[in-house]
Design a protein around this ligand. Structure first.
Ligand SMILES: Cc1cc2nc3c(=O)[nH]c(=O)nc-3n(C[C@H](O)[C@H](O)[C@H](O)COP(=O)(O)O)c2cc1C
Length: 328
């Protein structure tokens, strides 16, 4: 399949693996790229720029195909050493970067000068227009369904994608709630040039996370996610568990008085325990409503091939059949 996104990143299939804290390691990113998509290493999971350089090099040893790096700009008082991280990414020879969180304007000129294509993750049309204005090459439009931070507008992709298509000139992918060939065809129909997946890629053989996490995703349905930190205007969609219930209870009790310090035990530094040790109630972890569409743990290649096969069948069969007057 050829779209503006496959052309932009030099990939075979219009499928991107979104950056994921403590999931986006070399093994997953390389598997996605090797299968024809765009795999993404999550920069902030690496403790130092040197560790990040090693992680990118490990992925590059596993595949000759393009890989990308996710740079998440956190709203924090003690930011990581972003200039050193950006320099590491540029020096690594990577040609794709997914930016997320705060406005990436400060780092954009450095990335562009190095010939890196930048896709910015946006949860609203106004953010996507801003990304376009400052020179991003593409946008990843993250609907309310998504795992992680959906923003505060609560607009699902059925509305957000066509709205983005009406306004944007740069190409964009759908993100949030995407799982299969149906998702891809629907995304293309609504104006996207491909799709980005997070939760779906966690439940794959190559995702280097604990089996308990993969099983939790397979077992969950679309009703099991919760929104946390809404009172702090830092809303995050996570899978429900004992820690999340405790956190939501605090939100209820403390109301507008709640501060980040009140919930630090449930959210800070919990990812290694969950993703690597499989301690499923250690804290809150991002997971999308799309869990309801995930029933197995295939290899990344099986997953991507299946998506492309199913998308082709829908376009050539079901949709063409409607035009021909059939009722398939
Ligand atoms: C466990 C997990 C961790 C994530 N961490 C990040 C992150 O560090 N930075 C980021 O930009 N997005 C992060 N995301 C969001 C994904 O990149 C992607 O936008 C989202 O998962 C899309 O929704 P979906 O899960 O419904 O496919 C994370 C998602 C998950 C599931």
């Amino acid at each position: 399949m050829k779209t503006r996104i496959t052309e932009l990143f030099g990939i075979e299939h219009p499928i991107i693996q979104g950056g994921m804290h403590y999931v986006g390691f070399a093994e997953l990113a390389a598997a996605v790229s090797e299968a024809g998509g765009l795999g993404i290493i999550t920069a902030l999971t690496q403790k130092t720029p040197k560790d990040l350089a090693n992680e990118i090099a490990r992925a590059q040893d596993m595949t000759d195909k393009p890989i990308g790096v996710n740079l998440t700009f956190l709203p924090t008082l003690n930011p990581p050493d972003y200039p050193a991280i950006v320099k590491t990414v540029i020096d690594s020879g990577v040609k794709a970067v997914e930016t997320a969180g705060n406005n990436p304007q400060a780092v954009l000129p450095h990335l562009k000068d190095a010939g890196i294509k930048v896709i910015h993750k946006c949860t609203s049309v106004r953010h996507a227009l801003k990304a376009q204005r400052i020179g991003c090459d593409a946008a990843s439009i993250d609907g309310f369904e998504c795992a992680g931070h959906p923003g505060e507008d609560d607009i699902p992709n059925m509305i957000l994608l066509p709205r983005a298509a009406d306004e944007l000139e740069i190409p964009f992918v759908s993100s949030g709630g995407q799982a299969d060939g149906r998702s891809l065809v629907a995304s293309l129909a609504m104006g996207a040039e491909g799709m980005n997946m997070g939760t779906r890629f966690m439940a794959t053989v190559e995702a280097p996370i604990h089996e308990n996490v993969k099983q939790a995703i397979v077992e969950a349905d679309e009703l099991q996610t919760r929104l946390i930190m809404r009172p702090l205007r830092n809303t995050e969609r996570v899978l429900n568990n004992a820690a999340v219930e405790k956190l939501l209870e605090k939100e209820k009790t403390l109301g507008d008085e709640i501060r980040f310090e009140d919930i630090i035990g449930e959210v800070a530094g919990v990812y290694p325990r969950i993703m690597l040790e499989g301690e499923m109630d250690a804290g809150a972890w991002s997971c999308g409503m799309v869990a309801g569409l995930i029933h197995d743990i295939p290899t990344v290649k099986e997953l991507i091939d299946r998506i492309m096969e199913e998308a082709g069948q829908i376009i050539r069969g079901r949709l063409k059949g409607f035009l021909a007057g059939g009722m398939s």
